[in-house]
Design a protein around this ligand. Structure first.
Ligand code: HEC
Length: 101
């Protein structure tokens, strides 16, 4: 019987992921994927420094657009194919506060 419980959990997971951003997965994405260009500590590499102290003057709406649509004619890619708006909004909050909530 425990097996059915597990199956239900596995089947329910994709739906859950669409509604509630998965903080652990998103934090990993920010460090590994964003970090591959912006540096593992986000202090800059190929891409600029995107730590909270650097982004604090940014309008959160604009940050959301930068993440979802990228910056044309630069290596900053659009993430819309991979992230929902809710996930991108989670990342904006994470970048601005430096905390996973
Ligand atoms: C392939 C390399 C690459 C990846 C991967 C990447 N970026 Fe960028 N990003 C850049 C570059 C290069 C720029 C600067 C573009 C320019 O010249 O304006 C940039 C700019 C930005 C900016 C604007 C910073 C500013 O001060 O104007 C933000 C915010 C940003 N990226 C966030 C992210 C986030 C969040 C992720 C992961 C979801 C990510 N980037 C992944 C290369 C990358």
């Amino acid at each position: 019987m425990a097996r059915w419980g597990l199956l239900a959990l596995v089947l329910a997971t994709p739906t859950l992921a669409e509604e509630t951003p998965d903080a652990t997965a998103l934090e990993r994405l920010v460090v590994q994927d964003c970090g591959s260009c912006h540096g593992l500590t986000l202090k800059g590499g190929l891409g600029p420094d995107i730590r909270p102290e650097t982004l604090e003057f940014y309008d959160p709406e604009l940050l959301l657009e930068v993440i979802l649509d990228g910056i044309p004619d630069t290596p900053m890619p659009p993430w819309r194919p991979l992230l929902t708006e809710a996930e991108a909004a989670w990342i904006v909050d994470f970048l601005l506060t430096g905390e996973a909530r």
